[in-house]
Design a protein around this ligand. Structure first.
Ligand code: SAM
Length: 387
């Protein structure tokens, strides 16, 4: 049996995240905010009208998107027939006004776009590619499903995912991790693990059998650093537009201007080198076609600027606050830059000639670069953006 067949058998046996009718009401705690997906993944565009949920399991992710985007057409696919059957049953019970279209499809099928459709504005793929032996093929098959300006959201395991160390540790203690038998012994050992990792996360020992079958005992894992996911995605023409952790990581480097040696790396490379130094357990990544990311600058609206100018002074203190990232930061801008920022915020996209008003020196470019890493501005290649 191939690793992919083992994965299919495992999800058919224990569909993820479960079979309870209440899944239709979940809040989607592990999905990133829709505001971030919209602002960084689909800059200057309307709300997505067509969404594909790739690897939907029993529908939790699709039901969250259904509530977030009530007008969108949502198609959700999974290669596990049992998961799709359960998702349809949950949906019937929940009496959803505009139903999600649930279908069986394999993401590694080269003809995926012919089966699920093209021209989606957004594809979300949360907690799926980490369990596919050839995620590069899945990315290749997903590429023609999106329209050129669309966004692909990926939630994938990182280098410090617990399973990286947990599985060899369970093996050392004589447990056949792949088989997920003897649940009592497994939960006892996970209790020891939880005691050693006394953090805010819910203990592994109390997770559902579906979670353990997938995230601890699954037959195949890609627990990769961001750089590897990035290069895998680049083979299908994708580049990172932002990651959920990047604003926090760049913020940590900014005190004492420690971030300076990293300038002027692009966002994808910056996020990757920071992750290399401090690997995440789970990545939330927004990808766009590299060809759609240009030099134009757009204000994302994820931050609120507050200008604290005093009449007559040459410098203007500005505070950028974000409820989305729970981050705030003070900046000192020249009066000219403060005016240019006002213009950018009001227009949404930098108007023609804006770059000259903002300033083209290294210090001015560095501020924009930091803001891009923060998710305050994003790059866009379409009309209306400054060159
Ligand atoms: C951990 S679950 C995540 C489900 C859902 N995205 C969520 O976050 O609730 C992983 C899902 O990926 C599906 N999957 C794995 N390999 C797949 C493939 N090649 N094609 C389609 N679905 C696949 C599994 O059947 C499983 O339902």
């Amino acid at each position: 049996m191939t690793p992919a067949e083992k994965t299919l058998r495992s999800y058919d046996r224990l569909p993820y995240p479960g079979i309870e009718p209440t899944l239709a009401e979940g809040k989607g705690g592990s999905l990133p905010s829709q505001r971030w997906i919209q602002a960084v993944g689909l800059p200057g565009q309307g709300k997505p009208a067509r969404v594909l949920v790739a690897g939907c399991g029993t529908g939790a992710e699709a039901f969250v998107l259904r509530r977030r985007l009530p007008k969108a057409e949502i198609v959700a696919v999974d290669f596990s027939p049992r998961s799709i059957e359960v998702a349809r049953r949950i949906q019937r019970g929940a009496k959803i006004a505009r139903p999600v279209v649930f279908d069986v499809a394999d993401l590694t099928d080269p003809d995926l776009a012919a089966k699920v459709g093209k021209d989606f504005d957004l594809v979300t793929c949360h907690g799926v590619l980490s369990y596919i032996p050839d995620p590069g093929q899945a990315l290749k098959s997903l590429a023609p499903c999106l329209r050129p300006q669309g966004a692909l959201y990926l939630g994938v395991n990182g280098g410090s995912h617990p399973a990286t160390r947990l599985r060899p540790w369970l093996d050392t203690l004589g447990l056949d991790v792949d088989a997920m038998q003897d649940e009592r012994r497994l939960r006892e050992l996970l209790g020891v693990w939880d005691a050693l990792y006394d953090d805010d996360l819910r203990g592994l020992s109390s997770m559902s059998p579906s979670y353990l079958a997938s995230d601890v005992c699954g037959p195949h894992f890609n627990n990769w650093e961001l750089a590897r996911w990035r290069s895998e995605a680049a083979r299908s023409g994708w580049e990172i537009a932002g990651t959920w952790l990047l604003p926090l990581a760049i913020r940590l480097t900014m005190d004492g201007a420690r971030h300076r040696p990293l300038f002027p790396r692009g966002i994808g490379e910056l996020a990757s080198v920071l992750d290399q130094a401090r690997p995440a357990g789970f990545h939330r990544i927004l990808l766009r076609k590299a060809s759609a990311i240009g030099d134009g600058i757009r204000w994302t609206g994820l931050y609120t600027p507050r200008f604290r100018e005093a009449a007559g002074t040459a410098s203007v203190p500005v505070v950028l606050d974000s409820a989305v990232f729970n981050l705030g930061q003070d900046w000192m801008l020249t009066r000219r830059q403060a005016n240019a920022l006002r213009e950018l915020v009001a227009a949404g996209a930098a108007p023609k000639g804006w770059a000259g008003r903002w300033g083209t020196g290294e210090a001015a470019r560095r501020i924009l670069w930091q803001w891009e890493a923060f998710g305050a501005v994003t790059r866009d290649g379409r009309d209306g953006a400054a060159k």
